[in-house]
Each structure stands twice: as C-alpha cells, then as structure tokens.
Design a protein around this ligand. Structure first.
Ligand SMILES: C[S@@+](CC[C@H](N)C(=O)[O-])C[C@H]1O[C@@H](n2cnc3c(N)ncnc32)[C@H](O)[C@@H]1O
Length: 348
C-alpha cells in the first residue's frame, strides 16, 4: 500500500506538471475572446461557441476545466459565468492580465518550449526560436510591441498605488523615464506632480506609442519623447532618471553600462531611481508571493539567456550601482516585493 504522504506528494507533483495546461487553457480562453463574450452575464457553451467560432463540446470542456480554477462558474441551468478572478482577463479591468496571456500565447511564451536548451547552454530560448533578440523583434513587429506595452502598463498599474504612496516626486522638476515604454508611468507621475516636466526615452518603434499616450493624457505641454539607445546617451541635465523594470532585462555588464549612461547625463544633484523586483525582499512572504520573483527570473532567463536579464537581490543592485560610481541613498521595499532604490553619485 502506498504511504498516504507519498500519494499526496505524487498528486501534488502532477498538479505542478499540469500547471502548464492550466496556463495554456487560460491563454486559449483569452485568444478565443471568452472573457469579453461573458462580460454581459452567464451564457451557454453552445451560445458562446457560435459567437467565438469554436466547437461546442470542446468549448464546454474548456469552460468546465477552468471552473475548479475559479476562472468561470457553471450555473445550475448549465450556463457559464465569469468569476472575479475571470474578470481580470477583461481588457478594461485595471491591471488586466489579458495582454500577459496574449504574450504567453505568442512567441514570448513559446520560448519556454526550448527551456531545456537554455538551461543546458545558457543561450536565450527566445533568440534560438526567433533568431533575433526580444527588443529588436518588438521593434520590427509593431502589433507585438503594442501587446508588450499593454502588458507592461497593466503590470505597472498594479504597482502604481504603492509607488506613489511611498515616493514623493515633487522634489524633482525635470524627470526622464529611461526605457519608459508607452509613457504610462510618466503620464501617471506628471498627473500627480503638477510642478514637474518629463521626457520619455525609448527605442524608435515605441516612441510614437508614448507620444499618443502623452497627447491623450493632455500632457503635451509638460512631456516630450526622445528616440534613443540607453547604452549611448540619454537626455542630459534632469533631476531624476527613472529605470523602471529596465535593469532586470540585462546582465550585469549591460546594467552597469545603462546606469553609467544615466550617471553621465545627470548633474551632481541628480538622482537615479531603480524600480524592480527584489528577490530577497519577497522571500520572507509565506503567502506564495516569493514564487513570483523566482518565476520572473526564469522568464528573464528564457528570454535573454544566462548572461542577460535576471531578477536581483538588494545586494546585487548595490554592487551594480557601485560599479557605476553610484550609491543607494534610499531603498524602499514595497508590499508587493518591488523596490524603489534612489541612487546618487558617490562623492570623492
Ligand atoms: C521591460 S520594459 C519596461 C518599460 C517601462 N519602463 C515599465 O516600467 O513598464 C523595457 C523597456 O526598455 C526599452 N529598451 C530596450 N532596449 C533599449 C535601448 N537600447 N534604449 C532605450 N530603450 C530600450 C524597451 O523598448 C522597453 O520599453
């Protein structure tokens, strides 16, 4: 007879293995447009199948599979409805997970198929499959770029409240968001900080998206954009250079190089603000949040390879700053495990 603990562990292990199927099923639900189709209330599988052009019996099985995972409920009359968790897949829910599902369903998630290659060789699985680095790929594929930016924006949306609660930006009059993507963070920042002006620096393919966002936000008088490469130069003379979710895309040498570019551009009173996950900050959390940095780290590994992006500890960020002639003036660890590290030049 099997020991009950062995039986439990063996079942738990299967759930870990089948986790990939859960992810795939949620992504498929998003690709089919099921959350939007259910936004108006419960519907039958047959009705849904007609609208989203799916096989009715296959679709019913998909819907039922996500009931125990609390994405949908099955009502007494056999119709299906969205749960609170399911509504996070709707495009207009603040912090929506929809763009992340679309990224996972596409070539970004596809890189996981070659993860063994990455672990054996240290090479980027994304590059192996697509023969191009992620950001170059996004520069060439505007429709993928838009999904990527929406995913970043939705992720930031979950962090903004705690960032603005913890950090006062009023003391910075001129702010550069380095690798600022579609300008989401900068626009939210300027709306809360009326005395400041901003510049969003990013790759040429992204800048038009940031310009659109700035116009929509009514910030055209206070915010500009610059297409540029943060390894060469960024706009000089600002009080603050923000690096939000930038350094985790790069290996140590590249990360130091980005920090040096910013340090060279800023005046002596200037500051650099790094916003990134801290792997050690979340490690004490027993609610499961410490799993996120670990998974994000592997996500970076699959995209950028062993010499590329990674999640870091506070000590590792400190070492990068020191290599760039900087030191942390303040490190705020936010409830989610995100850190806001404000750095200044080392004097003398
Ligand atoms: C992970 S996203 C972070 C976006 C945004 N800062 C945020 O917090 O969501 C990384 C950003 O770096 C930009 N980027 C990548 N390489 C760059 C380069 N060489 N010069 C400037 N921006 C670059 C990308 O286009 C992308 O917008």
């Amino acid at each position: 007879m099997l020991h009950p603990r062995l039986r439990d562990d063996a079942t738990r292990m299967r759930m870990l293995l089948y986790g990939q199927l859960v992810s795939k099923t949620v992504c498929t639900a998003v690709q089919l447009g099921l959350p939007e189709a259910l936004a108006g209330g419960p519907r039958s599988a047959e009705d849904l199948a007609r609208e989203v052009e799916a096989h009715p019996l296959a679709l019913r099985r998909l819907l039922r599979a996500l009931v125990p995972f609390e994405v949908f409920t099955e009502e007494a009359d056999g119709t299906f409805a969205l749960t609170g968790l399911g509504t996070t897949l709707l495009p207009d829910t603040p912090g929506t997970a929809r763009p992340s599902a679309l990224l996972l369903a596409g070539e970004v998630g596809g890189a996981w198929g070659e993860f063994e290659h990455t672990v054996r060789t240290g090479e980027s699985a994304f590059r192996l499959i697509n023969d191009i680095a992620l950001f170059e790929h996004l520069e060439r594929r505007p429709e993928r770029r838009e999904v990527f930016d929406r995913s970043q924006e939705a992720g930031l949306r979950l962090e903004l409240d705690e960032i603005f609660e913890a950090v006062t930006f009023d003391r910075y009059r001129r702010i550069v968001d380095v690798g600022g993507g579609n300008g989401h963070l900068m626009c939210e920042l300027l709306l809360r900080t009326p005395g400041s002006t901003g510049i969003v620096v990013d790759l040429p393919g992204t800048v038009p998206l940031a310009e659109k966002r700035i116009v929509e936000g009514g910030l055209i008088d206070r915010c500009t954009t610059t297409a540029g490469d943060f390894f060469s130069s960024v706009t000089p003379g600002a009080d603050l250079y923000i690096l939000s979710h930038i350094l985790h895309d790069w290996g140590d040498d590249s990360a130091v190089s980005i920090l040096r570019t910013c340090a060279a551009a800023m005046p002596p009173h200037g500051r650099i603000m790094v916003i990134d996950l801290l792997t050690d900050a979340a490690a004490d959390d027993h609610g499961g949040r410490h799993r996120l940095p670990a998974l994000m780290d592997l996500y970076m590994l699959s995209l950028f390879g062993a010499d590329g992006g990674r999640e870091r500890t506070g000590g590792e960020f400190g070492a990068l700053l020191a290599d760039a002639g900087l030191e942390a003036e303040e490190t705020l660890v936010l409830p989610s495990g995100m850190a806001v590290i404000t750095a200044r030049p080392i004097i003398g």
